[in-house]
Write a protein that binds this ligand. Structure first.
Ligand SMILES: [Zn+2]
Length: 229
């Protein structure tokens, strides 16, 4: 289930690794994980497109310790000096393979930092394209990811025509989190929270404004979806 609030510890337990880096290709051999942050002061410029169904994710810089150079002034590398691919290189190769139909799209779970220790699970995406872009100083890697519905079972092959899903923009999540004080708006529970669309997409509800989004605990979220179905 996507759009739920998750702690860093739960994320690591779920992915069976410590998630020390933002890009993690091929975890468990059947999916990848990226961590994102689209806040104003975030180090990378990730953006949403196509009414919130597409994420354009920026690749990663050379590590700070690798040299005395400013990482923001150096081209983002696809390979290490040894010739082995970096995380950028692994994601890039998978995206190119999917683009030309050589492989099914890599499935990527996306987690987004809302505030220290508090993350939102943004669901599963298909990695469908990658390219290198020039900014004012250097070359950066860009990755195109499509938010998809019903792709959580990694034991089964990816569906090329999976239904698209719309993300809730970060600024909306932050506004809702603050307004609802990090608690279920029905009962005040503070665990297993979920960003819920008050009026669902299917009925014309939007995720672009906090007015239509609320925090619900797992119990109230479930009770609501039972009522709708
Ligand atoms: Zn509740």
């Amino acid at each position: 289930m996507s759009d739920n609030v998750i702690s860093y510890i739960e994320m690591c337990r779920r992915e069976r690794t410590s998630l020390q880096q933002g890009m993690n290709f091929g975890l468990g051999g059947n999916h990848s994980v990226i961590l994102m942050s689209v806040r104003a002061n975030a180090p990378y410029r990730d953006r949403l497109e196509d009414s919130g169904t597409t994420l354009v994710y920026e690749g990663h810089d050379i590590p700070k310790s690798a040299s005395s150079l400013n990482p923001k002034a150096v081209d983002q590398p696809l390979k290490y000096r040894s010739g082995r691919p970096t995380q950028n290189g692994k994601f890039h190769a998978a995206a190119q393979g999917a683009k030309i139909g050589q492989r099914l799209p890599e499935r990527v779970r996306v987690y987004e930092k809302l505030r220290p220790g508090i993350w939102s699970y943004n669901g599963v995406f298909h990695l469908v394209d990658a390219w290198i872009e020039r900014d004012d100083f250097r070359s950066v890697c860009k990755f195109k990811l499509i938010a998809v519905e019903g792709e959580e079972d990694f034991e089964r092959p990816a569906h090329l025509n999976a239904e698209r899903r719309r993300l809730i923009p970060t600024h909306v999540k932050l506004e809702v989190w603050q307004r609802d004080a990090g608690k279920c708006s029905m009962c005040g529970a503070a665990d297993e929270l979920h960003f819920d669309h008050i009026l669902p997409f299917a009925k014309g509800g939007t995720s672009m404004t906090a007015v239509n989004v609320q925090l619900l605990c797992a119990r109230h979220n479930l009770a609501k979806s039972d009522r709708i179905e």
